[in-house]
Write a protein that binds this ligand. Structure first.
Ligand code: ACO
Length: 335
């Protein structure tokens, strides 16, 4: 028969992995460089330490290690991977870091590209990959979140440098024609509020020849209006999650685990309270790693799957939010 022969497939979750750099930066050490204290940071954010990538590490290196571990859990060989999407805002190469991961994995059959949506990046990448798989053309995808925000943090700004850390996480997801463990999703962007959180390209002019000028490529530091980002997260995340639960006919009691982007423990608690989700269902590792941007959600998933807290068939509600502004939620069953 002529014409498209794609079918609508479902998605199953086959494996997860993560990587964290070994350098630990404690609150105590941060208080040696800016006017802050362990007590202030812990009380206001829940963060106790974060990991910082070494000079010879980068986003593709970290993402590669997380992907290797996800592939091992899924029991996939490299050549069976069709698609690699790397969510990152801090690429090792502005032309794309996912191809570097593809090459290191020797995943020669995989289409590989980067996706940028800051702290919502992993969720956006997961949904993007699910659409490729559901088309029927792609079968196996690695969705990776890897970020190295330490390179862009202003280490003199106590309002933001306390929050961020580096790391990577990955999920191995597969198309299935008799099962769909991705129950639903909702994604949003509001560029009008984008100025609350940015990592701008600097306005630096260079001269090529005669009067022909150009803008040099160099990025500034993270600039953030913390209070506005905080208010945005606490207001918008419960709304998007409630809409998703309604659309999928789920109640908050049906949820086994809530995994929110790890930005601030007070945001996690406030969202949990608004949704009336029991605190013991809200998974966090924010105290150890801080906000690792696109890596937080798969880092939490990987930790709690490997320590057997999350079990096969558990229902997981997840939500990412951050710069853009961008935010989203997905409801899934592990397995
Ligand atoms: N140590 C001590 N004092 C501090 C520090 C610090 N590290 N940072 C700020 N302060 C001071 C302020 O100067 C202020 O002092 P003042 O009252 O004398 O003016 C006071 O503490 C209160 O400041 P706030 O900004 O009101 O503190 P808040 O309780 O809002 O906490 C924080 C600040 C932690 C940044 C919080 O607003 C937050 O977490 N916001 C969300 C940020 C976020 O999650 N960003 C990432 C989003 S994800 C992405 O896409 C990358």
């Amino acid at each position: 028969m002529k014409g498209p022969n794609f079918v609508n497939n479902g998605i199953t979750f086959k494996g997860c992995g993560s990587y964290l750099p070994t350098q630990v930066l404690s609150n105590e050490k941060i208080s040696q460089i800016v006017d802050t204290s362990d007590e202030w940071i812990k009380t206001r954010t829940g963060i106790e330490s974060r990991r910082i990538a070494e000079v010879d590490e980068n986003v593709s290196e970290m993402g590669f290690k997380a992907a290797v571990s996800a592939m091992a859990m899924a029991d996939w060989n490299s050549e069976s991977v069709d698609l690699i999407i790397l969510a990152t805002s801090t690429p090792s190469d502005l032309f794309g870091s996912a191809p570097m991961i593809q090459s290191k994995l020797r995943a020669k059959n995989a289409l590989a590209f980067d996706l940028t949506a800051a702290c919502s990046g992993f969720l956006f990448a997961l949904i993007t990959a699910s659409q490729y798989l559901s088309s029927g053309k792609y079968k196996r995808a690695l969705v990776i979140g890897s970020d190295q925000l330490s390179s862009y943090v202003d280490w003199k700004d106590r309002g933001s440098c306390i929050l961020f850390g580096d790391g990577a996480g990955a999920l191995a997801i597969e198309a299935s024609n008799d099962q769909n463990n991705l129950f639903g999703f909702n994604l949003r962007t509001d560029g009008a509020r984008g100025s609350f959180l940015n990592l701008y390209n600097k306005k630096l002019d260079g001269n090529i020849v005669d009067q022909i000028k150009f803008r040099k490529g160099e990025f500034s530091n993270i600039s953030m209006n913390g209070q506005e980002v905080y208010k945005f997260a606490v207001r918008e995340v419960p709304i998007i999650i409630s809409e998703l639960l309604k659309e999928t006919n789920f109640d908050s009691e049906d949820i086994d685990w809530l995994i929110l982007h790890q930005a601030n423990q007070r945001i996690l608690d406030a969202v949990g309270d608004r949704l009336k989700i029991n605190k013991r269902k809200i998974l966090t590792n924010l105290n150890k790693y801080g906000n690792t941007s696109a890596a937080t959600i798969p880092l939490v998933l990987d930790e709690f799957i490997r320590n057997h807290k999350i079990k096969k068939n558990d229902i997981i509600l997840t939500s990412g939010f951050g710069a853009g502004l961008s935010w989203g939620a997905a409801l899934l069953k592990w397995g």
